[in-house]
Ligand binder design. Sequence first.
Ligand SMILES: Cc1ncc(COP(=O)(O)O)c(C=O)c1O
Length: 484
Amino acid sequence: MGFSQLLSRMATDNGHGEDSPYFDGWKAYDRNPYHPTKNPNGVIQMGLAENQLSFDLIEDWIKENPRASICTREGIDAFKDIANFQDYHGLPEFRKAVAKFMGRVRGDRVTFDPDRIVMSGGATGANELIMYCLADPGDAFLVPSPYYPAFDRDLRWRTGVQIIPVMCDNSNNFRVTKEALEEAYQKAQEDNIRVKGLIITNPSNPLGTILDKETLKGLVSFINEKNIHLVCDEIYAATVFRSPNFVSVSEIIEEDVNCNRNLIHIVYSLSKDMGLPGFRVGIVYSYNDAVVTCGRKMSSFGLVSSQTQHLLASMLLDDDFVEKFLAESSRRLANRHNVFTKGLELVGIGCLESNAGLFCWMDLHRLLKEQTFEAEMILWRMIINDVKLNVSPGSSFHCKEPGWFRVCIANMDDETVEVALERIRTFVRQGKDADAPVKKKHWQNSALRLSLSSRRCDEGVLSPHSPMTPHLMSPHSPLVRART
Ligand SMILES: Cc1ncc(COP(=O)(O)O)c(C=O)c1O
């Protein structure tokens, strides 16, 4: 019996999307990780959307609250009860704390009902769980592009649901328009594909932008008109570091009396807003009773550990801590974003204007030899192999236009950011001045200079009709969670 017959189709197909050249970036990092003293010429990891800027605040709180941890002298009394707890409703105080935190992150303009919170293993599990509740194999969800690459795994792989990209482009800062939505929807109808919903990420990964109120209202009326679901992945809600304020779909439906609430679902997690991806705390918040009931049964496959629930219940119900954490975290993110974008501006590199997220959407289309995804790949390999930065190319986010790169900026310290910036600046300056003698740095090998002088900086025109590259995954952390 061949290997493919011994195992299931799912086990042997490529639905998880991890067998792709984009993992070369991760491999390059794994083989040669940067360290300021032990390996200063190594690869800097900028493909990881982690929020490590405010860990000290959480660590301080843990030290000051030993009773919240069940493995301390002060907290051991709760050990037995918590270690035995496995109810899929979750600890009541945990659900209460998460509901309160969600409200706080949304400026207390809206409240959340703890009884509507369904637990899952991170937003990854939450996104899959909601697909299982809403769609059958073969059904489709519309997803505005560029989008989080692991949606291809999370929404599709095990559920059999299809993704239909809604094409957005730089002509209007990648906004989701009614026309683009209609076009994607109509095309699906023509192809006899049943569209069950629209899923959006707000704030956006990879763009770092937020949806304005008018756009959100437009999306809500679109899905009501078509009688399809709206899933809002709001896991970056507290990463908004500058005005305008984040607007949640929960606020829109408060105002819209005609909205059918049974169609609205929020996915949330503490991976980004609190910087706790390893805790695997994700939730589905659904306004639909049947989804809450069914989702809760499904959550048996991905409960949050009761130890984690117990700890977070205390932490998130501490109003002073939450207040301070949210304010300080966004202040630090703003600062980091400012340093990074200003550092790029020095060599004329721009980023999409943004006010949220743990990354910048960097525009390198001028460095492409021609405006194609092949040229984007060549530049990307150069950045990984020669400049030694692991960034993610736009094509892995299904971006329609070549030349965009997502660069994560919150998973490292200030010194590493400076090193990364200096590498980028040297790279760009060398490109502009390829024939001038260059003072070679350790991390630059001769291949870089050769490729740079043959590359030059062609000012090509972006083609809005560039074909999409075939489905490829990004070297993004959740795909290799075990190793990160
Ligand atoms: C938009 C989006 N949704 C979901 C996830 C998965 O998050 P979690 O770590 O909570 O599973 C990510 C992680 O990067 C993400 O960017």
